[in-house]
Design a protein around this ligand. Sequence first.
Ligand SMILES: C[S@@+](CC[C@H](N)C(=O)[O-])C[C@H]1O[C@@H](n2cnc3c(N)ncnc32)[C@H](O)[C@@H]1O
Length: 302
Amino acid sequence: MDTPLPTGAELRRLYDQGTNIMAYLRRVSGVEHNAEGIIAAAYDLQAGSYVREREDPRRAATLLPYARAIADVLRRYGATSVLEAGVGEATTFCDVVEFTGIEPPQAWGFDLCWSRIAVGREYARRRGLAEACLFTGSLFRIPVCDDAFDVVYTSHSIEPNRGRELAAAHELVRVARSHVVLFEPIYELAGPDAQARMDRLGYCRDLFAQLSGAGLKVVEYRLMDECPTNALNPTGVLVVAKSTAHRRPPQFICPQAGSPLRPLGGHWYSDESHLVYPVLEGVPCLLPGNGVLASSFPAFAA
Ligand SMILES: C[S@@+](CC[C@H](N)C(=O)[O-])C[C@H]1O[C@@H](n2cnc3c(N)ncnc32)[C@H](O)[C@@H]1O
């Protein structure tokens, strides 16, 4: 019989004792790669830790130059609207939005973890960026229409998704208009110790080979001087160019049906799939599994 997976409360206890939750869940589930459920369980428990770090002046001395370097790249690619995929607690995001000068309503971000987005919304509000749009969603079914943002970027969020790098890249390209910019660890440009660590943690690899092999146009590929974490996780920049004649205002779509969502009764409703995606404490919950089948919802919520 399969070992039952631990509950949230058990994971919280293990996390508080210093256990690496992703490694633990891989082991008890008998899988080699980090499934999205494993990534979500591990990161949701960390909610609040990135804001604490960002507010520590010693850590800020490393994090600010990193965000400034991201902003420089985004500006170089002409970003006037951005989406950060895997935005965490919006700590990098808020600095990037400030450094680029992008209008907050043109800055969107999503993450797998509700708790991190809830913390991030509160943090963005404190930073004067309450109009930025933050919601939950998956890298593999981004709940936003095609061609919606000048530049779509990631900062260490493809990182734990080894084995699904290309699927994520295709989704990011779908919602971008001109460029996708990945700020991710680059396995192939890292030393042997860093590579061993990335293998142990199930971090992404072969980004350049996979993306260019699939016909995506990689126009920049290098290691950065700045790194938000440690030398064993060196951040690189990989830029994919996309040219589209379309220019659509960003709009939520049903992550299952792919058709537009409309606001209804304080939530988001799909006329196509009849799924309602709840808004929990102000956070639109747009993961594929979040939809509640409710074909009669319009009659009750109108
Ligand atoms: C290392 S943190 C970085 C957070 C943020 N980008 C930053 O720079 O502070 C990685 C984040 O990516 C998110 N993430 C990882 N895989 C994801 C996926 N498949 N879909 C959506 N978010 C994901 C995690 O939940 C986590 O918050």
